[in-house]
Design a protein around this ligand. Structure first.
Ligand SMILES: Nc1ncnc2c1ncn2[C@@H]1O[C@H](COP(=O)(O)OP(=O)(O)OP(=O)(O)O)[C@@H](O)[C@H]1O
Ligand SMILES: [Mg+2]
Length: 337
């Protein structure tokens, strides 16, 4: 798989090819992006008896990717695996065309990571922390410091740059982690639960930054969360994990359409017979307030609603096709046995 043309270090892209410098944005046209962001082939990772990743295979395209799953579903394990931070029991895979079992240093150079846990050390100024993160991935001290100032301005921490990090609020700490993750102009930024523990205003700021990175700055994003609206706000594509397995993946718009055959129905009068008739036809009808939410299997036509109504002599007063929300897709996926 093709990779970015490197000249050593951190790829020669920061500076001068900083995404923060609009006038130099053309620098990106020289980069050759791999077709896929990452792929896993039959990856299993166990912790004792826990299968954190269970024979996981998937291929994920470039773009703004949401990694969705309930607590303990394997999101962080998947991220740590693709960064090459933990060995797997079985299987293989790559990120940006690099084998994550053997190219940890190269991956660190091209991928930025903001972990979910508090990774900040005290008694250090914000700008020192970010510059240090840059040096850890191979930048020279001078470049790292210059970029640290730029990315702190970008994440809105310019005025707090000389404050000690322990005095930062939760939201500021999250934005500091984000700044550290982008200091070396990576091709891919991984944010693990970046809105955890944040108030609505701070949460919106982080979501807006994540969106801007992915949609305006041309950086690939892997955004892990168990909060559906956050993923919908930022991402175009989603991977849903449950108990270490892949439960669903695809473009969010397409996933939403998989349940298009769902209708809200209002009857003139309640009718258990109508519900039972639909059930016999393979449809699922559940009360939603005064309405019935009816799901019709893909191999059936909505005509079956009228057939059931005619057979049970009930009048349909209102019929509204429901576009499924990602939440429904997510809940269906997670609840699947
Ligand atoms: N270092 C570890 N030692 C033992 N078990 C672990 C370790 N890391 C993860 N696990 C277990 O592996 C499973 C997957 O955990 P993981 O942290 O990857 O899930 P997650 O989706 O990131 O969850 P969360 O939303 O809570 O962050 C869980 O059952 C967890 O308890
Ligand atoms: Mg996690």
């Amino acid at each position: 798989m093709a990779e970015v043309e490197h000249d050593g270090g951190y790829g020669g892209r920061c500076p001068p090819y900083s995404f923060l410098d609009e006038s130099l944005a053309d620098g990106y046209t020289n980069l050759v992006m791999p077709a896929n962001l990452f792929q896993f082939a039959s990856v299993t990772k166990t912790y004792g008896h826990v299968r954190a990743l269970d024979d996981l295979s998937l291929t994920v395209p470039t773009g703004a990717i949401g990694l969705l799953g309930p607590n303990g579903s394997g999101k962080t394990t998947m991220i740590r695996t693709l960064l090459g931070l933990i060995p797997v029991d079985r299987g293989s895979g790559e990120v940006l065309g690099m084998d994550f079992r053997h190219r940890q240093l190269d991956i660190r150079r091209d991928v930025g990571f903001a972990p979910e846990d508090e990774c900040l050390f005290p008694h250090v100024q914000g700008v020192e922390f970010v510059a240090y993160a840059g040096e850890l991935v191979g930048m020279s001290g001078g470049d790292a410091l210059q970029r640290a100032h730029e990315v702190l301005d970008y994440v809105g921490l310019g005025e707090a740059r000389y404050r000690k990090v322990e005095s930062y609020s939760t939201g500021m700490k999250q934005r500091l982690k984000l700044a550290s993750a982008i200091v070396h102009d990576p091709q891919l930024v991984i944010l693990d639960e970046p809105t955890n523990g944040m108030d609505p205003a701070g949460r919106n700021e982080v979501l807006e930054l994540a969106r801007d990175l992915a949609h305006n700055k041309g950086i690939n994003l892997l955004f892990s969360s168990h909060i559906l609206p956050d993923v919908e706000a930022v991402c175009d594509y989603v991977v849903v994990l449950g108990r270490g397995k892949l439960l669903a993946q695809g473009a969010i718009q397409e996933l939403k359409q998989t349940h298009e055959q769902s209708f809200d129905v209002r009857l003139k009068s309640d009718s258990a017979a109508f519900t039972q008739h639909l059930a016999k036809m393979g449809c699922v009808a559940e009360p939603r307030g005064e309405l019935l939410r009816v799901r019709i299997p893909a191999d059936k036509s909505p005509q079956c609603l009228w057939e059931a109504a005619a057979a049970e002599r009930v009048q349909i007063r209102h019929l509204l096709p429901q576009r499924s929300t990602l939440e429904e897709v997510f809940l269906n996926a997670v609840e699947r046995p």
